[in-house]
Design a protein around this ligand. Sequence first.
Ligand code: SF4
Length: 195
Amino acid sequence: MYKINEIFYSIQGEGHNAGCAAVFVRFSGCNLHCPFCDTHHQDGTLMSAEDICKEVAKYPAPMVVLTGGEPSLFADAPLCDALHAIGKTIAMETNGTRPVSVPIDHITCSPKFEFNDAGQAKLRLSRIDELKVVFIGNNDMSLYEGIVAANYYLQPCDTGNQEETKKIVRQTLDYILQHPKWKLSLQLHKILNVR
Ligand code: SF4
């Protein structure tokens, strides 16, 4: 059984698959403690792989996004096989602290070592399709430069303060213009004010 915080259907707002319809499966629980985390780690309903597939199959999108919490703690081969068997491709959004040995089609890694004990948040992934860094203006970008990924995204942090966020957006654009291997990721769902 898997402890699922929620399953919902929406548009992927961020990163490489931004704009694509997807079913989001949010696991409950994480191994890190980021100060800005807005996930309710304890809330959840126990569901079997069959229950999850039944819910996911209600929606036409071919993509399922496993998120959390930290999905790599929970997503196992039986669940991935069951999702593949109903024709879904699987994307995972992970903090990268655990090796992923199950068949995931697209791995987005958003490292959190700037906000946690560096040892605890150390990356242990052997493949990253998309590295996504939330830019807060004063990130130590040298921490990310050695990470090998197929795509690199920098996403301005929405601080909730309009002036501050505007400044971070400018800094993000400046960084990308100077380091063009990075691409801009926006949180489309926030801009559009949708789920
Ligand atoms: S890694 Fe993600 S889910 Fe875990 S504490 Fe940090 S922000 Fe929250």
